[in-house]
Ligand binder design. Structure first.
Ligand SMILES: C[S@@+](CC[C@H](N)C(=O)[O-])C[C@H]1O[C@@H](n2cnc3c(N)ncnc32)[C@H](O)[C@@H]1O
Length: 381
């Protein structure tokens, strides 16, 4: 019986690995596969996920001449070795963790490369005032060391959180730590009107709404209507009602004539900051994506700039670390928009440091995804 189960889950891994392509991401295939296999135990589902991600995480270390099942075993053994003994991965080998072109588009410190090989932490963002209840109810939760992220906790348990009654009650979201920092940097005030211009499935909309205590309004736009549908489901579950969703293709005509207290552009990007969590993307992202997406990001910032009131905030965030997309885009925006000035903000991961208008958040420093955040204020008058 045990070998039958083992064979089934191994077959699932093989199937996902053989179907994953640059346009069909492994994490999507994984979600679809696990959703269809309701009979799969929680433990087997977790094993399949870990095996798929381990193969992409350790791809350059695997012997491609051996059968896929042998490579899967090898990847899992490498993951186990690193978890037990960090020195099992020598520094000289670290460069293999990312494609060679990465060195041309960003700094690639050894500590970052090493962090990419570790299995990622699952971060939760609890709703305001519900942190203790969530941690007690779920168990296996721990607070991060950053006091300035008061709603964050890490989950190390094995339960299927999506099916847990306390998740269904809307008491927490699964949200990366660096992504939570974006909401904190926006710092929307109760009663304000914000525009989450690339809202996607609403991770940041829900956070902004929570920070506003449900008072005021968040306009949530995205060019993908299906993502906004997901946002609506998530908002209903978490009891978020002070938002309005609207399709916007990122063009020069904003979706509303509203003038906002703040706009967040959580822009589409090459996602290099997520390579620890999503190792398939290391091998499917192209160098050209970096420049192409930088152009999209610049145009999104240009197109929202006119919708911000004097004194209002513009926050630009990307879960990537390439120069062209981060500081390159911020520099270009500054040059084209003298009506905005940089606004210094506190780094939630290092509140003791002098405030800065640009934060480059590295996974090895935060334990979350890599993220860049830039903040401006529209000049008065
Ligand atoms: C980084 S994701 C947003 C994630 C989301 N803010 C969250 O926290 O869950 C970027 C989003 O930008 C959207 N997008 C891509 N190109 C766009 C465009 N030209 N105009 C508007 N949205 C766009 C994508 O559909 C995607 O949902």
């Amino acid at each position: 019986m045990e070998s039958e189960v083992t064979a089934t889950r191994m077959e699932l891994v093989e199937r996902i690995l053989s179907k994953a392509t640059p346009t069909i991401p492994a994490d999507l295939l994984l979600r679809q596969t696990l959703a269809r296999r309701k009979q799969l135990s929680r433990g087997d589902g977790a094993w399949v996920s870990r095996a798929v991600f381990s193969v992409f995480r350790w791809k350059p270390w695997l012997d491609a001449t051996t059968p896929l099942t042998a490579q899967i075993d090898q990847a899992l053994a490498l993951a186990d070795d690193l978890a037990i003994n960090p020195s099992s991965l020598p520094d000289v080998d670290l460069a293999k963790a990312v494609p060679a072109w990465t060195n041309e588009v960003m700094e690639t410190p050894g500590a970052w490369l090493r962090s990419l090989q570790a299995e990622p932490v699952l971060w939760l963002r609890t709703r305001m005032e519900q942190t203790a209840t969530v941690m007690e109810t779920l168990g296996n939760c721990d607070r991060p060391s950053f006091a300035a992220l008061p709603q964050a906790c890490r989950y190390d348990g094995q339960e299927d959180l999506f099916r847990h009654p306390i998740f269904q009650s809307g008491a927490f979201e699964i949200q990366d730590l660096a992504s939570q920092a974006v909401g904190l940097v926006c710092a929307p005030q109760s009663g304000e009107t914000w525009w989450d211009a690339c809202a996607g499935e609403g991770g940041k909309t829900l956070h902004l709404s929570d920070l506003m205590g449900g008072k005021g309004l968040v306009w949530s736009s995205d060019r993908a209507e299906w993502r906004l549908q997901r946002l609506k489901q998530r908002a209903a579950r978490s009891g978020c009602f002070n938002y309005r969703s609207v399709v916007w293709n990122g063009g020069p005509k904003p979706p509303t004539k509203t003038i906002f207290d703040g706009v967040l552009v959580d822009a589409p990007c090459s996602g290099i900051g997520t390579w620890g969590r999503n190792p398939h993307a290391r091998w499917s992202t192209r160098r050209e994506d970096v420049e192409e997406l930088a152009v999209v990001q610049r145009s999104l910032l240009d197109h929202v700039a006119g919708s911000i009131r004097p004194g209002g905030r513009l926050v630009y965030s990307v879960c990537t670390l390439s120069r062209a997309e981060t500081s390159g885009v911020a520099d270009a925006f500054m040059a084209a928009h003298p009506e905005f000035e940089p606004l210094d903000v506190v780094n939630p991961f290092a509140p003791e440091q002098p405030p800065s208008s640009r934060l480059l958040l590295w996974p090895q420093d935060t334990g979350g995804n890599g993220m860049f955040i830039a903040v401006w204020k529209r000049r008065e008058g």
